[in-house]
Ligand binder design. Structure first.
Ligand SMILES: [Zn+2]
Ligand SMILES: [Zn+2]
Length: 148
């Protein structure tokens, strides 16, 4: 089974993702803009039991997201690097920050979410399924063909 390792910037925290993630998502919400430096926040969606902490202990910050759900953001308290996310709405699921993987190149985004909150100067890849808010709250726009 494939495994994808990653960790924080200073190396205090190391983790392993077993198997393939369910999806690779780019989130443009305001909270993720704070967490990601602007955005988008690229994350892998997976089952919590696919994620194993090999070393260290992340800290978590919880708040209410635009979705109305509580969201926990897990980060290294030494270097501040964002690592994981979870939502109280889906307790068996976890999100892993793509940038924290040893090889982020393998996981381009497949879906854009919360683009209604994107800054006007952010580039949103219109060739991907795109949700103005969270998936399920509206229909995805059809991917646009180039030149259309
Ligand atoms: Zn660190
Ligand atoms: Zn977000």
């Amino acid at each position: 089974m494939a495994a994808h390792d990653g960790g924080c910037l200073c190396g205090a925290i190391r983790y392993r993702v077993s198997g393939e993630p369910i999806a690779s998502v780019a989130c443009y919400c305001r909270d993720c803009q704070h967490a990601a430096g602007a955005g988008p926040n690229n994350m892998l969606l997976l089952k919590k039991d696919q994620l194993e902490i090999l070393r260290g202990r992340p800290r978590a910050y919880w708040n209410f997201a635009e979705s109305g759900h509580r969201v926990g953001r897990h980060y290294c308290e030494t270097c501040g690097a964002p690592l994981f996310q979870e939502t109280a709405a889906h307790r068996d699921m976890a999100m892993v920050k793509v940038g924290s993987l040893d090889d982020p190149s393998a996981f381009p985004p497949q879906t854009n979410v919360w683009t209604a909150s994107a800054q006007p100067w952010m580039h949103v890849d219109a060739s991907l399924p795109t949700f103005a808010q969270e998936p399920g709250s509206d229909a995805p726009r059809e991917p646009q063909s180039s030149g259309g």
